[in-house]
Ligand binder design. Structure first.
Ligand code: SF4
Length: 162
């Protein structure tokens, strides 16, 4: 018998505290059995070792974009996903990860300069839609659970899975 189509999902984290990822794993405590039948998590690094970004129906992206390398990565995800959903305040608005954008010269201590010069940081921290097209936003810090469930259900319906 032909296997039923599942929603092919990727879950990605960029510059952030990854609290929405923790929240997602908490949600799996209650929804794993139900989601296993409906969703294929094709990319979710905290939970799987074998991951692929190819052929995603929906990419959920948490975190802000803080370097050129990250910008390239999110562009690649966009190319491989039919829809992109920004997860949490950092991805939706940039904040709080983008706090450093408002630093004035006198606020940049030697220690901050050292970090800026020794790690791969762009000039400005960007929210996701400054870098790629975003189809939906799940606001909150961390993400609002109901808003996430609504977004997931929206795409399950859109792809004719439920
Ligand atoms: S939005 Fe809040 S909870 Fe989510 S990654 Fe950013 S700081 Fe963490």
């Amino acid at each position: 018998m032909e296997e039923k189509k599942k929603l092919v999902v990727g879950w990605f984290s960029f510059t952030c505290c990854e609290d929405s990822t923790i929240l997602l794993t908490e949600l799996l405590n209650d929804h794993l059995d139900e989601w296993k039948k409906l969703v294929e998590f094709r990319y979710i690094r905290p939970l799987k070792t074998k991951n692929s970004i190819e052929g995603l129906d929906v990419a959920f992206i948490e975190g802000a974009v803080s370097s050129e390398k990250q910008a390239e990565e999110v562009k690649k995800i966009r190319e491989n996903a039919k829809y992109v959903v920004a997860i949490g305040s950092c991805a939706c608005t940039g904040m709080p990860s983008a706090s450093r954008n408002s630093f004035t010269e006198d606020m940049i201590s030697e220690r901050i300069s050292w970090y800026m010069n020794n790690f791969d940081y762009g000039k400005k921290v960007q929210k996701l839609d400054e870098v790629i097209k975003v189809d939906d936003y799940v606001a909150g810090c961390p993400m609002g659970v109901q808003a996430f469930m609504d977004a997931l259900n929206k795409y399950l319906k859109l792809f004719g899975i439920v």
